[in-house]
Design a protein around this ligand. Structure first.
Ligand code: HEC
Length: 120
């Protein structure tokens, strides 16, 4: 019994996936980024979704899933919300509400150096 508990703890530690990470994967996998942007920043007439109230976002997704829309523009969302489970919606909205930009500092070194002969 103790062994089982230990291996369970170990397994969950090794592939710890937070709801945020799961939501991020869903956001990419379901193609939400193609309209709302890879940073959920919104594009053209597609609204920004990052850091907005989780309750509101969930409410909207549930409405779209039930095919309830208030404008023609919103009908575009129905096919994308139709197959979302409650759990999917929870993960997606956790990701969107808590959204923060990935730290890209390690990839780009854009520091400016003043040493050198300045090319003269
Ligand atoms: C084909 C483009 C498209 C894709 C893909 C798409 N959306 Fe949307 N989304 C829209 C449009 C259009 C609206 C409605 C904007 C309006 O109210 O005028 C919308 C609205 C929303 C809203 C309500 C925001 C608000 O301010 O009312 C949420 C939440 C949302 N989308 C989440 C998602 C999620 C999550 C996905 C992926 C599962 C997704 N969308 C995929 C086009 C898209």
């Amino acid at each position: 019994m103790r062994f089982l508990l230990l291996s369970f703890l170990l397994a969950s530690f090794l592939k710890a996936q937070t709801p945020y990470q799961l939501g991020k994967e869903l956001y990419m996998q379901k193609g939400c980024y193609s309209c709302h942007g890879t940073k959920a920043e919104g594009m053209h007439r597609y609204p920004r979704l990052s850091n907005r109230a989780k309750g509101f976002l969930s409410y909207k997704l549930e409405q779209f899933r039930d095919k309830k829309t208030s404008t023609q523009q919103q009908e575009m969302m129905i096919p994308f919300a139709l197959h979302l489970s409650d759990e999917d919606i929870d993960r997606l909205t956790t990701f969107l509400y808590e959204f923060k930009e990935d730290n890209l500092e390690e990839q780009y070194d854009d520091s400016f150096r003043t040493q050198g002969d300045g090319g003269s």
